[in-house]
Each structure stands twice: as C-alpha cells, then as structure tokens.
Design a protein around this ligand. Structure first.
Ligand code: F6P
Length: 596
C-alpha cells in the first residue's frame, strides 16, 4: 500500500486512485433500504473509503409541503424557495391557535400531530413552524405539484452528493425510493457529465409479507409520524405505499439500455441478481450484501486471558497464559454458558414485545400478494409464528493461531461449541519490534516509536511482515463478511489490535479512533445486530467474585490519550488526538432512528 496516499481503496488490484462510486438505492418504502444503506456505509467506511449517505426523505421533510414552496427554474438546477406569503399565513394561523412546542423543531406552533390525532387528520398533522409531515396524498403520482417537488428534492440531494464527491468523497449513497424509470433516467443522465464516477443501482425487493408488515408497523415510529397515533400513521403509510406501488417500476431493460450496473437484493440477500458488475468496489458491495441476515445472534469479542508476555509488558510473541489468564479462561467458559441461556430468554421476551406491538395495530394483515400488503383490511390477522425470531442452537468460538487465545478457550465443552483457530485473527505483527516492551522500542527505535504515535492507523512496523492497523483491516475483511453471513452466535477470542478493529466495524467507530480505543484485558463486548445498528453490551471480569459484571456500555469504549514520549514538541497529530477524545459515538447514536 502506498505510504503517501495509504487509503485502502488506493492502488494495486483494488481500484485506481480516482475511482468514485455512486450507489443509488431503489425500492418501495418499507423494503429495508435504510437498513442496507446504513450497513453498507459502515462497512465501506471501515474499509477506509470516504463514504456518505444522502437521504432524500430527510430533505423532503425539511422542504415542507408543496404549497409552501415555489419551484423555481426547471430541470436539475432549480432550488426550492419557501414562499413569503405562506410564512405570513402560518404566522397568522399561529396567533389564533394554542402554541405548543413541536417535537421536531422545538418551536412553539400549532400542531395537530398529537397522540389524539386520528385517521383523516394526517393532512393537518404538520407543525406549522417546521412543516415536517407529509400525508399519503403528497405521494400520489397524480398530485403534480407534490410530484414535481419530490423530483426536485431528489435531484437537489443528488447535486449535493456530486459536490461532495468532487470535494474528495469516494462513495456516495443516494438513499431514496428512486422507484420510477423517469427518476432513474434523470439520475443516469445527470451522471453522464461526471468523469470517473461509476454508478451502481441497488434495488431492495421484499416478497415476505410478514417482514413487510413488520416494517410498516415500524414506520409508525418514523420522523414523518412523530406524535401521531400509530394506527392513524399506519393507515396513512399504507395509503402512501399504494401510491408508490402505482408508479413503481423495478429496474430492468430500461436501465440495461444505458449499460449501467445494478444488483437486486431479494428478501435480505436470500436471492441476489447482479447485472453488468464490472468495478472491483462494486463487486465487493454485491458480495457483502449477499451475506446479510436478520437472525437473532450475538457476536462476542474478548481478548485472551493475561499471557506471560502481558505480565511483563512485552508486545507480540507467542507465550501461554499466566495464572491470572488461566482463571479468566475458566470464568469465561462459565460466563458464555450462562449467556447462551440468557440470550434465548431475551429473544423470547423480544418476541413477546414484538407481538404486542404488532397486535396494537388494527390494519396489519395477511395477503397472498406480497406487493399489495398496503391494501390489507383490518380484520385479517398476521402470522405471528413466522415473525418470531428464533435463536439458532449452534455456537462457534473463533481464536487466533497463537497460544494465548487457544489456551483461553480450553475450558469450553467441545460438544457444545465448535472451535476454530483462524490465522487472520492473529495479533498485529510488530516486525522488528516483536517481543519488546514499549519502553525498549522508545529507546532503541525512537523515530519509529514517534512515527507510530503520530499516525498509528497507517504506521507499519519495520521489518519483514510488520503490519499497520490499515493492513489489519484488510486481513479481517473476509472475517467480517463471514460474521455477517453466519446465522448463529460467535465468540471471538483475540488480541487488542484485533478487538479494536472488529469493534470499530460493529460499532461504526471511525478508523481515526480505532487504534486508540482503550480495550483492557478482562472485558467481553457483545454486539447484537438490530434493525437500526448493533446493540452493544459490555461485561468486565471481577477477580474478587471470579465472575463478570455488566457495565455501562455508553462509557465502555474510551479513547486513550496517546503520549508522545520522545519529543516534547507538540505535534499537530497529538493535539488532534486530544480533540478526538470523547468523540466516540454512543451506542444510542450508533443504533440510529428509523428513516424513510
Ligand atoms: O500488548 C498486547 C498487544 O496485543 C501487543 O501484542 C500488540 O502489539 C499491542 O497490544 C497492540 O496495541 P497497540 O496497537 O496499542 O500497540
């Protein structure tokens, strides 16, 4: 990898340096597009690509209603202007109404989107200050003004996306339904004038009516329906879906004419259709998306028990466990045995809550034709049994091929756990510095030591086989895809740099923070895939009780201040590191909210 420009996507077999990619999402609402988009962004960012999501729904909500805007100009270069007359009307209207703060904009104004709003109120259910709501009529393909506004918002977001790419971004994701041939043609034509930007359409199709019904119910919690009675929201969302279905045309020959690349993800990757995929990056995206699954499971990550080398502060090497490490190994086996039972009970509880949530809806139903679930009648009942999440009985344990991890799993019952030793999980290789303490490195190789402090992610240890964190990410790429594919829980018993790299993928922690995450021995991190991100829980080994205590996960992933020990001069990188302290997203932030 090139030191001058050491992005993972740069040089060699991966891509040429100027390669940029636009991923355009396609699909009806409630088909899991936002789930795919967030996962994809997390993966590509972790691989080292500058990746950004451009969500059209968010912009639409800001744009307000069609009546509030003048559409100025034509084509893709127009902007939306809020009309003065309408803001005047809003102000007058407000004076006559009771002032309440809006949940979205916090400004006092008149809102009808309270929990008492019933069906039929959706039209009026918008905050007069921020205009964030759109009822189903806004999505009627025959509503010309609204349609023009929707097209315009989509193209404006596309312009923002292109500007971001021109300013140095690498992969941009246009998150919208893009469900008509007309819209997709406009995007293709707009992209023609851009050089070095590839296009990939990703269409999400769902044929499982139970999944769609569940997604529809979840949509009642979307920003469009804040404060709206869930039944009113659901009825409106189904009406919106019917409007979309009338205009929807799946990707096909119309796009093939333009020789574009596309892939269709059907039923969360159960079936994948890939058309004309040519770029390296695009094939990585398709391969990644093929390996998704929604089964309930946990990815546990821990470091090995204390090793002989750990106890004297030596890095790398291949020593066995110390007596402390042995105790940890025994306690870990007991803990995971117990957690397996607890997790099954937790999923049962989630099933129960899901059933209650679904049952609270009145218009959900079952229908033989999946693409028309929007028209379900209220007296049809949902098939709960197929919605229930089932925990797979298998459980795998993956270790590195170094003694300290293999010894850490010696107390697991091989009848109940499939144990695999994987070379890719070996610790970062310190080359010429293997087996040294940090103090020895600082004294014997001061320049190396300082260089690493200044740029720990890209710094590569000297000597044959010496690695950087960037190298480690590449080494773990296949491990990540395999973890996404597997449908049961896995415990990874690995090393500090490996645990940092894995956790930064699962918890969407920027690569700039990755090498400085504090991950001491004796902690177990559990990442539970959920629809809107991974849910993190953390346990700490307690030597007094010889057991594990759960700790607050929001404070568990800390950034360590790196110390420049050799030079007193303040480097820009060291102050930048200080600035980054506490910038880690909290688990609540990483498990983001619903989106259209
Ligand atoms: O000290 C334990 C260890 O796993 C070493 O083997 C490894 O070189 C190091 O941690 C990785 O941590 P850092 O990247 O902070 O040096």
């Amino acid at each position: 990898m090139c030191r001058e420009c050491p992005r993972l996507g740069h040089s060699d077999a991966r891509t040429d340096s100027d390669h940029k990619l636009v991923v355009v999402m396609v699909g009806l609402p409630a088909r899991g597009k936002s789930y795919i988009v967030k996962k994809l962004k997390r993966y590509l960012s972790w691989l080292g690509f500058q990746t950004k999501i451009f969500n059209v729904g968010d912009r639409r909500r800001l744009a307000g209603s069609a009546d509030d805007y003048e559409v100025s100009g034509t084509g893709t270069t127009t902007r939306l202007e809020r009309t003065k007359s309408n803001s005047g009307k809003t102000a007058m209207h407000n004076q006559q109404q009771q002032q309440q703060p809006c949940a979205d904009c916090n400004k006092p104004g008149t809102q009808q989107h309270t929990s008492t709003a019933r069906q039929g109120d959706m039209q009026a259910a918008s905050c007069t200050q921020c205009d964030t709501r759109h009822s189903s009529t806004f999505f009627d393909p025959d509503n010309k003004k609204a349609k023009q506004l929707r097209e315009q918002v989509a193209m404006e977001v596309f312009e923002d996306l292109l500007r971001w790419l021109q300013a140095g971004g690498q992969i941009a994701i246009h998150d919208a339904t893009n469900s008509t041939i007309e819209r997709r043609s406009a995007l293709i034509n707009r992209l023609r004038s851009e050089t070095d930007v590839n296009l990939l359409f990703v269409e999400s199709i769902c044929t499982d009516k139970n999944i769609i019904n569940r997604n529809i119910r979840l949509k009642t919690q979307s920003p469009d329906y804040v404060g709206i009675d869930p039944d009113v929201a659901e009825a409106d969302f189904r009406a919106r879906l019917r409007n979309y279905e009338r205009a929807y045309r799946p990707i096909g020959t119309a796009e093939e004419k333009y020789d574009v690349q596309y892939c269709k993800i059907i039923d969360v990757g159960k079936k994948v259709i890939a058309y004309n995929i040519q770029g390296f990056l695009e094939s990585q995206v398709v391969f990644y998306l093929m390996n998704m699954n929604l089964d309930p499971r946990v990815i546990y990550i821990t470091r090995h028990g204390e090793s002989e080398d750990n106890s004297v502060g030596r890095i790398g090497g291949d020593t066995g466990l110390s007596s402390n490490g042995e105790r940890y190994a025994k306690a870990l086996a007991r803990f995971i045995d117990r957690r397996r039972l607890e997790f099954t009970a937790e999923v049962d509880e989630q099933n129960h809550r899901l059933e209650m949530f679904m049952a609270s809806g009145t218009s959900s139903g079952n229908n033989s034709e999946p693409e028309s679930v929007s028209s379900h009648s209220s007296n049809q009942s949902i098939d709960y049994s197929s919605l229930r999440l089932k925990v797979k009985p298998d459980f795998e344990i993956w270790t590195s091929m170094l003694k300290r991890t293999m010894e850490t799993v010696e107390h697991f019952d091989p009848q109940r756990y499939r144990i695999k030793n994987i070379r890719s999980l070996n610790e970062i290789y310190a080359g010429r510095c293997e087996g040294m303490t940090y103090e020895e490195i600082a004294t014997q190789f001061p320049e190396e030591f300082e260089a690493r402090q200044l740029d720990k992610f890209y710094y590569r240890y000297p000597g044959i086989g010496g690695e950087s964190y960037a190298d480690v990410v590449l080494r773990l790429q296949q491990v990540i895809v395999e973890l996404e594919r597997i449908r049961h829980s896995v415990l990874l018993v690995t090393h500090r740099a490996m645990a940092r790299t894995l956790l930064s993928y699962f918890m969407d922690i920027p690569t700039t923070h990755m090498p400085d995450m504090e991950l001491p021995l004796g902690y177990v991190y559990s990442c539970e895939p959920r629809p809107f991100g991974n849910f993190l829980r953390v346990w700490r080994y307690n030597p007094d009780t010889d057991d594990f205590d759960e700790i607050d996960s929001s404070t568990a992933l800390k950034i360590r201040y790196p110390k420049i020990m050799i030079s007193d001069r303040k480097s820009p990188a060291s102050s930048a590191h200080h600035d980054q302290h506490n910038l880690l997203p909290s688990p609540a932030e990483t498990a983001c909210s619903a989106n259209t």
